[in-house]
Write a protein that binds this ligand. Structure first.
Ligand SMILES: NC(=O)c1ccc[n+]([C@@H]2O[C@H](COP(=O)([O-])OP(=O)(O)OC[C@H]3O[C@@H](n4cnc5c(N)ncnc54)[C@H](O)[C@@H]3O)[C@@H](O)[C@H]2O)c1
Length: 434
């Protein structure tokens, strides 16, 4: 199949690369010239394990192309996949301006045979709205499919090639059938639904996962108060198949380009339809509180943070990505700076992106060793492997004070217990003070 993908962000690029990997001819188009120039050289503009290898091998095989020209991308494409960003807009609603622009642009290039696949996360009713807008412009019935994406940054390729499910929402049986064919080589379970149900499945899934995180975080806060260990509690809960083990890691809350905006967008949709959805409001409120947790704990421990050197380990919103969008590291850095602390941060891949957001109010180190030297405390913000593998005894030896606030519960108790002197404050577990 000949496919055009609009948008080469985390979703568009991973989708384009994976569709070419299963034998389709794919042209990825983006309005960002710099990204396309990099991609043409076989360089991925984002950090995503395994992506660059598949990118180059499919380019060499002649199945994957990149362009900034819509004409070129759509020239002989049968299927057009739209994967442009839908960031958070006013009042929590999704900002659909990129999507509206992209679909307006394609209206003048498409034929009745084309299938338009909306992969961007969009509120219920958006596919219908876009379809009408396109039909008003081009004067014929447009075949649309809502095909929301569920990949996780950091494992985007694996998640795309081995997805749990593919959702195909359409009012056109012919279009749904063709998209099923497109994905058939992946051998992944597919669920055919109405367009509106497909749109809803995406938001309902993300909001559920975010709520699961906020739930375990609130349990963690209660565990601290009553002297229980949230990791044992989560293990015990997770063994129940009805609950499951995933998304029960207590910590400093969810972030990233999806959960925060998708929960708010779903709440906005609920509001528009006269439904209060207080559960989602609490999910958001707990997450806000959780993002402050390490600063709150440090303030309690030190009394004040003026002049204290805090080493922040990790900046990306989660490991294996360089994405900083809605990362808890941002409010933590801002708050620490406001309180007069000197912050030195280290991240293996997200430093450049962090600098664009946080700026030079904090310092950036080239290694963990450099960040922790003479620090009064370490904040673990992202559970990178490099951080999990730290020799804790050696680390605290190089600090001014051996104090660790672990926002991801990623250091093992054994590693802490070998230290001759340490104060270790995890989330939802009793501290270890030696
Ligand atoms: N990032 C994720 O983990 C993830 C997971 C599932 C779903 N989603 C959803 O997928 C969508 C894309 O997310 P992303 O993280 O890949 O976004 P992104 O911001 O990383 O990338 C979007 C890309 O679209 C390009 N673009 C904007 N307007 C365009 C146009 N008219 N024509 C061509 N390209 C255009 C931008 O230049 C950018 O490169 C969003 O709706 C998001 O909510 C994201």
């Amino acid at each position: 199949m000949k496919i055009a993908v609009l948008g080469t962000g985390y979703v568009g690029l991973s989708t384009g690369v994976c569709l070419s990997q299963i034998g389709h001819h794919v042209t990825c188009m983006d309005i960002n010239e710099q990204k396309i120039n990099q991609l043409r050289k076989g360089i991925s503009p984002i950090y995503e394990p395994g992506l660059e290898d598949l990118l180059t091998s499919n380019m060499v095989a002649g199945r994957l192309h990149f362009t900034t020209s819509l004409n070129e991308a759509l020239a002989d494409a049968e299927t057009i996949v739209v994967a442009v960003g839908t960031p958070q807009g006013d009042n929590g609603a999704a900002d659909l301006s990129f999507l509206v622009q992209a679909t307006k642009d394609i209206s003048s290039h498409i034929t009745p045979e084309n299938i338009i696949v909306i992969k961007s996360t969009v509120p219920v009713g958006t596919n219908d709205f876009v379809k009408k807008m396109m039909e008003d412009r081009c004067g014929f019935k447009v075949k649309m499919v809502s095909n929301p994406e569920f990949l996780r940054q950091g494992s985007a390729i694996e998640d795309t090639l081995k997805a749990d499910r593919i959702i195909i929402g359409s009012e056109s049986a012919e279009a749904a059938g063709k998209i099923q064919e497109m994905y058939r080589p992946l051998n992944v379970p597919m669920l055919l639904t109405s367009t509106r149900s497909a749109e809803m499945i995406k938001y309902a899934s993300n909001a559920f996962l975010a709520t699961k995180i906020s739930y375990i975080n609130e349990i963690a806060n209660l565990c601290e108060a009553v002297g229980a260990d949230v990791q044992d509690v989560a293990r015990g809960m997770g063994k129940d198949k009805r609950i499951g083990e995933a998304f029960l890691n207590a910590g400093i809350g969810y972030g990233g380009s999806c959960f925060p905006k998708d929960v708010k967008a779903l709440l906005h949709t609920a509001g528009l339809n006269g439904i209060e959805f207080p559960l989602l409001k609490e999910t958001i409120a707990i997450n806000e509180y959780q993002r402050e947790l390490l600063v709150t704990k440090a303030l309690k421990r030190f009394g004040g943070l003026k002049g204290k050197k805090i080493a922040m380990l990790g900046l990306a919103f989660k490991p294996e990505t360089d994405d900083m969008r809605e990362g808890p590291s941002i409010p933590i850095a801002v708050e620490l700076t406001k309180l007069g602390a000197e912050v030195v941060a280290y991240d293996p891949v997200a430093t450049e992106n962090a600098r664009k957001i946080i700026g030079d109010t904090i310092k950036y180190a080239g290694s963990i060793h450099e960040a922790i030297a003479e620090a009064n405390a370490v904040f673990i913000v992202t559970e990178w492997n490099e951080v999990k593998c730290i020799d804790v005894a050696e680390m605290v030896w190089n600090m001014k004070e051996p104090i660790i606030f672990d926002g991801r519960n990623c250091l093992s108790e054994e590693k802490i217990r070998v230290c001759s002197s340490v104060e270790y404050y995890p989330v939802g577990k009793p501290p270890i003070i030696i």
